[in-house]
Design a protein around this ligand. Structure first.
Ligand SMILES: Cc1cc2nc3c(=O)[nH]c(=O)nc-3n(C[C@H](O)[C@H](O)[C@H](O)COP(=O)(O)OP(=O)(O)OC[C@H]3O[C@@H](n4cnc5c(N)ncnc54)[C@H](O)[C@@H]3O)c2cc1C
Length: 482
C-alpha cells in the first residue's frame, strides 16, 4: 500500500513523484521503459518551464547534458526575418515563483550550476529571460535520477495494463496483467498515447491536425545562435533549434491527419523543405536526408482540451490531461507548471485526506481553475499560430503576412506575443488583443496593396479575413477558458 502511485516517468511523472515524496508521502513510480528514450519531442523549454523546474527544486536536470540556452526566436518569412527576444526578467515579479512546499530540501535545489555549456554567471547577468534546449532523453534521465534519489520513492519497471477500481474509486494499478499495487491516489502521467485518460474523457479522442517529421542535423550553421528558428513560406512551418554543441533538431510540419507515407514525406522534404531553408543549413539537411532516409522520426501533433479531474482516486496530468500543437514548444511548460500547482495544492492535504473525495474534488476544481490562464494562452496560441503559419488559403496567407508584418513593427508587437509564448504573461485577454491586432493589421496591409481602385475587392477580402481570424481563435479560446 503506497500513498501515491505515479504512472509514467516521462517529463511530468518524476516531477510529481519528487514533490509528493518531499512532502513525506510514500510514492511508487511505474515506468515501462527506464532506459534512455530517443524521441523528437520535448527538446526546447520555454522560460516559464525553466521557472517551474526551479519551483520544483529540479532545475539541475538541465545540468551536465550539453544543454544550449535559448534567448528567443528568429522568424524567417520568404527570406526576410525578425529577431524576437524573450521578455525582461522584471516580468518574474508579476507571476508566482514561490517554490512548492518541501521542494527545496537544502535550499539550493532551485539553483543552476555552471557546466560545459551553461555559464551561470552570464545567465544571471543578462537582463532577459532564457529558455533551454537539450537532448530530450538526457534531460529525462536527469529528472528520473533526481526523483529516484528520494528515499520515499520506489521505482518499478513495468507496463501498467489496468487501473484497479472499488466502485467508482480508482484504488491502484495492475502491472503486466498480473501484479497489483494499491494506493490512496493514482496520478496518471502516461503521456501522449495515454491509455488511462479514457477514465476522464470516455469516448473523446484527441484531434490530430498534422505531423512533425524530425531529423538530426550535425554541425549545422544556424543564422542566429541560441535562438529557436521558425521558417515560414508556402510550405508548412519548419522549426530548427540547436540541442547540443554538435546537434540541431529540425522539425518539419507535414499537413496530414494520417501517418504520412515515407515516399511522400521524403519527396516533400526534398522538393519543398530543402529549398526553403537558409543556405547555411542546406548542406547538413541534405546529409541528414541521406543518413536518415529510412529512419527519420515522425509524431502526430495532437490537441486535447483539459477536463476537471473528477474521478475519485485518480488525477490525470501532463499530456494525458491536455495537449497542444508542439509548434510553440509549450507542452513541457504546461506539464511542469501543472506539477507545481498540484504540489502546492496537495501540500495541505494529509495522507488520510487523499481518500476523502470531497476534499480532493475541491482541490481538483481549484487545480482546473488555476491552471486555465497559462493553459489557455499556450494551447490557444499554439493552434492559432500553427493555423496561420501553415496557411492553406488566400485569407490565411493574408493573416500570415500580416502576422510577420506585425512582428516587424517591433516594440509591443513583439514583447506582447513573446511574453505569451514564453509562458511568462498568463493573460488570455492579451492573446485576444494581439491576435485581433494581427488580423486588423493584415487588413490594413491588404488595403495598401490593393490601392484605391481595388478597394471594394480589398474590403470583401478583409471581411473574409476577419471572419476567418475569429473562427481560428475564438472556438479554441472559449473551450480552453471553460
Ligand atoms: C513532435 C513533438 C515535439 C514536441 N516538442 C516540444 C518542445 O520542444 N517543447 C515542449 O515543451 N514540448 C514539446 N512537445 C510536448 C512534450 O513532449 C510533452 O508535452 C511532454 O513530453 C509531456 O510529458 P508527459 O510526462 O505528460 O508525457 P511523456 O513525456 O510522453 O511521458 C509519458 C511516460 O509514460 C510512460 N508510459 C506510458 N504508458 C505507460 C504505461 N501503461 N505503463 C507504464 N509507463 C507508461 C511512457 O513510457 C513515458 O515515459 C512536443 C510534442 C511533440 C508531439
Amino acid at each position: 500500500m503506497f500513498d501515491v502511485i505515479v504512472v509514467g516517468a516521462g517529463v511530468v511523472g518524476p516531477c510529481v513523484a519528487t514533490s509528493l515524496a518531499r512532502q513525506g508521502r510514500k510514492v511508487l513510480i511505474v515506468e515501462r521503459e527506464w532506459t534512455m528514450p530517443n524521441r523528437i519531442v520535448g527538446e526546447l523549454m520555454q522560460p516559464a518551464g525553466v521557472k517551474a523546474l526551479k519551483q520544483l527544486g529540479m532545475i539541475r536536470a538541465i545540468n551536465n547534458i550539453d544543454a544550449i540556452h535559448v534567448d528567443g526566436y528568429y522568424v524567417s518569412y520568404y527570406g526576410e526575418h525578425v529577431d524576437i527576444k524573450y521578455p525582461d526578467k522584471s516580468v518574474l515579479n508579476t507571476i508566482d515563483t514561490d517554490p512548492v512546499p518541501g521542494a527545496l530540501k537544502d535550499g539550493s535545489e532551485d539553483k543552476l550550476e555552471s557546466d560545459s555549456t551553461l555559464d551561470i554567471a552570464e545567465w544571471d547577468n543578462v537582463s532577459t529571460l532564457r529558455g533551454v534546449a537539450f537532448h530530450h532523453g538526457e534531460f529525462l534521465m536527469n529528472l528520473r535520477m533526481i526523483c529516484l534519489e528520494e528515499p520515499n520513492v520506489t521505482k518499478l519497471e513495468g507496463n501498467v495494463t489496468d487501473l484497479l477500481h472499488e466502485g467508482e474509486r480508482v484504488v491502484g494499478v495492475k502491472v503486466g496483467n498480473t501484479d497489483e499495487y494499491r494506493a490512496k491516489l493514482v496520478v496518471c502521467c502516461d503521456g501522449i498515447y495515454s491509455k488511462f485518460r479514457k477514465e476522464l474523457y470516455h469516448e473523446k479522442q484527441p484531434d490530430i491536425g498534422s505531423y512533425f517529421v524530425g531529423l538530426d542535423l550535425v554541425d549545422a550553421q544556424l543564422p542566429r545562435k541560441n535562438h529557436g528558428h521558425v521558417i515560414l513560406g508556402k510550405h508548412a512551418p519548419i522549426l530548427v533549434y540547436q540541442i547540443s554543441p554538435h546537434h540541431t533538431r529540425i522539425l518539419c510540419a507535414y499537413r496530414s491527419s494520417q501517418l504520412p507515407k515515407q515516399k511522400e514525406v521524403l519527396e516533400y522534404l526534398r522538393s519543398q523543405v530543402l529549398v526553403s531553408l537558409p543556405k547555411s543549413l542546406q548542406p547538413c539537411f541534405e546529409k541528414a536526408l541521406q543518413a536518415e532516409k529510412n529512419v527519420y522520426k515522425s509524431m502526430p501533433n495532437q490537441f486535447l482540451t483539459a477536463k476537471p479531474n473528477t474521478v475519485p482516486g485518480l488525477i490525470c496530468i501532463g499530456d494525458s490531461l491536455n495537449m497542444r500543437h508542439p509548434l510553440t514548444g509549450g507542452g513541457m511548460t504546461v506539464g511542469l507548471n501543472d506539477a507545481v500547482l498540484l504540489g502546492k495544492l496537495l501540500s495541505t492535504v494529509s495522507n488520510d485526506e487523499l481518500l476523502d473525495h470531497g476534499i480532493m474534488l475541491e482541490k481538483m476544481l481549484t487545480f482546473h481553475g488555476e491552471r486555465i490562464p497559462l493553459d489557455a494562452v499556450l494551447n490557444t496560441l499554439s493552434i492559432a499560430l500553427y493555423t496561420l503559419f501553415a496557411a492553406d488559403s488566400k485569407y490565411m496567407e493574408l493573416l500570415q503576412r500580416g502576422c510577420f508584418g506585425y512582428f516587424q513593427r517591433g516594440g509591443e508587437c513583439i514583447s506582447g506575443p513573446v511574453g505569451l509564448l514564453s509562458g511568462m504573461i498568463q493573460r488570455p485577454g492579451l492573446l485576444f488583443y494581439h491576435f485581433f491586432n494581427v488580423a486588423f493589421y493584415s487588413c490594413y496591409m491588404n488595403f495598401c496593396d490593393r490601392g484605391i481602385l481595388l478597394s471594394p475587392l480589398a474590403l470583401w477580402e478583409n471581411i473574409c479575413t476577419l471572419a476567418i481570424a475569429a473562427c481560428v481563435l475564438l472556438p479554441y479560446l472559449v473551450k480552453e477558458m471553460l
